[in-house]
Ligand binder design. Structure first.
Ligand code: NAP
Ligand code: MG
Length: 506
């Protein structure tokens, strides 16, 4: 384990300027407003635990205003923008995000802790691509004509067509692990389909959503089309989920809160789509390219400090290669350079918050208590890192399938490595949690790869690769990892509804 003193990183002048606009306000109906209550909350730099900005705290009253503004824009100016013009506006926003990518990546790293390499090379380019991808869809969302015949009206002639229309006002409630990307993943398809949005970022990471709000206005997207209301889950989030004039909630977060969202949605039967947690298996067969598999398994669990819904947290290794893989993973973990995400030499940043650090160290303690063996990590960073929420990359062996650390989502840099003997046994164990988001398979045997992929109950399967995503490829979970598919043409189903029109020709 190598640790470094925080390197002095020059903040982009646009980041400094943005941070100086304190307190940051809510974006409602194209205006920057203080919360009705006048309340603000602090947001932190997880690498140092220092407060970096004050942000207006939205609650029910602000949510009401934001929903009103979104409804007004939906029925007014936004409905008059042609699909072609909508596409141009989204493309322009993509260009603006790209032009500000250095600044946005720094802001994201500062507020979330993730390394600048990940935010600049991963999150930002993916976000730009999503807006470009969906800007192309605006002119291709249309209905059909259907040759109808009616048994109780023999010979009667009708012209029948369908119209694909937007759903209306969308509430987007998102988590802190990929704050900017999660906002974009909801906004791009929702806006492309002609909806308006009220976005509630996670309490830990509001800054990049607020900066995005500025760029949305700069792009010329009409006021009220996107409203940004930072605040807390039980107040702002719950008010959105229960709001009678919200037509749909798109939620990304924990399975536990997902259940709350469904309950809250019952009042007006709003639509709900859910992207929830995971406890994903990453499976290494003995005939795999072991070097590539170790690299993939390592990145699969430690990317973004393990705070990925897709984290490959259960690494299954065929028995004959088990010791070799464990040894390689531990050796790799010990060379990880932890430090502030803004330092370009950092491999791994801090967790997002004290709460998350406590949650993850709680799981480490539970693993030890239940008899698993800790081979490395499990403790906080030392020296200069002790001020931030750093946790050393952690590897457990001697793990039983029924242990908490093998069943529950930890959402931190904690790998459990488990041996298996037969494919049948492996498939049952790999499928043996309530989740079903993703799975990885490493083997050179093509039949084994496909057979295993067919048997796994997960929304995404990666064969001899891991953590690849694209704007066009569907994303979503089986089982308690959620429902609905984001991305690609699949998201258009989530953000539109069909109207069926009959015309009498008799
Ligand atoms: P979380 O606690 O479930 O929160 C997600 C969002 O919901 C936050 O904005 C949160 O506000 C809000 N919220 C909390 N309670 C609420 C309530 N009662 N009503 C309405 N909104 C409420 O999740 P998190 O801790 O931020 O993120 C980690 C989880 O997200 C993990 O389980 C992870 O797997 C999942 N995730 C899934 C995907 C995917 O694509 N499947 C992607 C990323 C993350 P606060 O910020 O105030 O809590
Ligand atoms: Mg939370």
């Amino acid at each position: 384990m190598t640790t470094t003193a925080p390197a002095t990183t020059q903040l982009h002048s646009d980041v400094t300027e943005f941070l100086s606009k304190q307190p940051h306000k809510l974006l409602i109906g194209g205006q920057w407003k203080e919360a009705v209550s006048g309340k603000t909350f602090d947001t932190y730099n997880p690498a140092t635990s220092e407060a970096i900005a004050k942000v207006a705290e939205a609650d029910k009253k602000d949510v009401d205003e934001a929903v009103k503004a979104a409804r007004k824009a939906f029925e007014g100016p936004w409905s008059k923008v042609t699909p072609s013009e909508r596409g141009r506006l989204l493309y322009k926003l993509a260009d603006l995000i790209e032009a500000h990518a250095d600044e946005l990546a720094q802001l994201e790293t500062l507020n979330n802790g993730k390394t600048i390499r990940e935010s600049r090379k991963g999150d930002l380019p993916l976000a730009v691509d999503l807006f470009r991808y969906y800007s192309g869809w605006t002119t291709k969302i249309h209905g059909e004509t259907i040759p109808v015949s009616v048994p109780y009206a023999p010979g009667a002639k009708f012209f029948h067509y369908t119209v694909r229309e937007p759903v209306g006002v969308i509430a987007a409630i998102i988590p802190w692990n990929f704050p900017f990307l999660m906002a974009i993943e909801r906004l791009a398809p929702a806006l492309a389909c002609g909806n308006t949005v009220v976005l509630k970022p996670a309490e830990q990471t509001p800054l990049s959503s607020l900066r995005l709000g500025e760029l949305i206005l700069e792009a010329g997207i009409p006021e009220g089309v996107v409203n940004v209301v930072p605040g807390f889950g039980p107040t702002a989030g719950a008010a959105l989920a229960a709001h009678p004039d919200v037509d749909k909630v798109t939620f990304t977060g924990s399975t536990e809160v997902g259940r709350e969202i469904i309950k809250a949605s019952a009042g007006n039967l709003k639509r709900v789509s859910l992207e929830l947690g995971g406890k994903s298996p990453n499976i290494i067969f003995a005939d795999a390219d072991i070097e590539a598999a170790v690299k993939g398994a390592f990145m699969g669990i430690f990317y973004n400090q393990g705070q990925c819904c897709s984290a490959g947290s259960r690494i299954f290794v065929e028995k004959s290669k088990y010791d070799e893989v464990v040894e390689a993973l531990v050796a790799k973990a010990k060379t990880v350079r932890q430090g502030p995400g803004l330092d370009s030499t950092t491999h791994m940043g801090p967790l997002v918050s004290q709460e998350q650090l406590d949650r993850v160290t709680g799981y480490v303690a539970s693993g030890k208590k239940e008899g698993a063996k800790l081979l490395c990590g499990g403790e906080r960073g030392d020296g200069a890192l002790s001020k931030g929420y750093f946790l050393k990359p952690t590897v457990f062996v001697d793990v039983k399938d029924e242990m908490k650390i093998a069943q529950e989502e930890i959402f931190g840099p904690v790998a459990t490595v488990m041996p298996f003997e037969s494919t049948e046994e492996l498939v049952a164990r790999a499928n043996g949690t309530v989740y079903g988001l993703v799975a990885g398979i490493w083997t050179k045997d093509i039949k084994k790869a496909f057979r295993t992929a067919n048997a796994l109950r997960a929304g995404t399967i990666w064969i001899n690769c891991y953590n690849f995503v694209d704007s066009a490829a569907p994303w979503g979970g089986y089982k308690q990892s959620g429902y609905g598919r984001e991305k690609g043409p699949y998201a258009l189903e989530l953000y539109t509804q069909l109207k069926s029109v009959w015309v009498d020709l008799n």
